[in-house]
Design a protein around this ligand. Structure first.
Ligand code: F6R
Length: 364
């Protein structure tokens, strides 16, 4: 049942090229994105004044990445919120807004409550959901199904990756309909999206390197993930993967925030993982890495091939293939999933069923 892998998590990590491709293909027609099945019309897409993305956990991290992508491509203001906060704060929603709920299970209690609250306020809702016929899928006005298939490991990997792809497809279509990107750029970016599954596969070929590093750092007390912009969204997910299955305390920090308090935690040997996929932010993040290094941090740098000068600063470098920067999350998250996995294995923990956690959080 584990397809020759030792754990469901590793099996699901390896299913990512396929499920990402399936999800993308489900909305591709003649080289263009077609959201007919989702049910959002061009008229509706043109009228959206504001987007609210509401979710929990990793699905919330998809929202953080999607915020950067949608705002940059479609120029629509996006707000991302934790469902458990949204539902109790009497949200003020624009009547031409769109609330996007992201959920693998479609049963997360807080996300479902946020959906109901939004509908009560008369705002249009769109769910990005994996489980067909789940409560959130049934109650939302529109549904974008991710085709991740059943996910058994408590820590999400493949569902997260398909949610990302869904959010890129949505962002590109909004941008096209609202004419915030050219037709040429639109086609070029779709072309690039179709290369993502192959590039994920390529990263998986290199997993022994991460395994080696994980074994070496399995006894860390704390890990800090730092990055800016989309790289910060990647850090949030990398950090959650690490803490939930390896029980190592980890934090994700927007790199520029470090010196507002957290840098005091850096001591000799503290592991800091810098994520640097966004070229316009590269030098800024490198300077933050230099700052923590001078306080004794041991640095892992995660960037794309070509940025070899990361080795001037980082003690250990991990490279992923280059892609359009908007889609970088899909690639850079893979080594971080592997890192969490291998640290958990090295510590002899129950990878698929970490303590205190349930796959589907149907109570508050
Ligand atoms: C982390 C993880 C959780 C879920 C969260 C939301 O690996 O799996 O953080 O992402 O509980 O669950 P869904 O997507 O089912 O609403």
């Amino acid at each position: 049942e584990k397809g020759g892998f030792e754990h469901f998590m590793m099996k699901e990590i390896h299913e990512q090229p396929k499920v990402v491709e399936d999800t993308l293909n489900s909305v591709l027609k003649d080289g263009k994105i077609d959201l007919t099945e989702v049910g959002l019309t061009e008229e509706e897409m043109k009228e959206i004044s504001q987007i609210y993305i509401v979710a929990c956990g990793s699905a919330y991290h998809v929202g953080v990445a999607a915020q950067y992508v949608i705002e940059d491509l479609a120029r629509i203001p996006v707000r991302v919120e934790l469902a458990s906060e949204f539902r109790y704060r009497k949200p003020i929603l624009d009547k031409n807004g769109l609330v996007i709920l992201v959920s693998q299970s479609g049963e997360t209690a807080d996300t479902l409550a946020a959906l109901r609250e939004s509908k009560e306020l008369g705002v249009k809702t769109l769910a990005i959901v994996n489980v067909v016929g789940s409560s959130i899928a049934r109650e939302a006005d529109n549904v974008f199904y991710t085709l991740a298939g059943p996910e058994i490991s408590v820590a999400t990997t493949k569902a997260y990756s398909t949610q990302l792809i869904a959010s890129y497809a949505l962002a590109l279509q909004l941008a096209k309909v609202r004419e915030t990107i050219s037709e040429e750029k639109y086609c070029e970016m779709i072309q690039e999206l179709t290369t993502i599954p192959r590039k994920i596969g390529k990263i998986l070929e290199d997993k022994e390197r991460i395994q080696w590093f994980a074994a070496k750092y399995a006894n860390s007390k704390d890990v800090f993930f730092i990055g800016r912009g989309i790289d910060y969204a990647i850090c949030l997910e990398g950090s959650l993967k690490m803490k939930e299955i390896s029980y190592i305390h980890s934090e994700a920090y927007a790199a520029g925030e470090l010196k507002h308090g957290t840098i005091s935690l850096i001591e000799d040997g503290t592991l800091v993982i810098g994520v640097l996929t966004q070229d316009h932010l590269y030098e800024k993040t490198v300077s933050n890495l230099v700052e923590v290094k001078s306080r004794g941090a041991y640095l892992m740098g995660l960037t794309h091939y070509g940025n070899y000068n990361i080795e001037d600063t980082a003690d250990f470098a991990v490279y992923v293939p280059k892609t359009d920067e908007h889609f970088a999350t899909s690639l850079a998250v893979i080594p971080l999933q592997l890192l969490g996995y291998y640290v958990s294995v090295a510590k002899g923990l129950d990878v698929d069923k970490p303590r205190n956690l349930a796959k589907s959080v149907t109570v508050e």
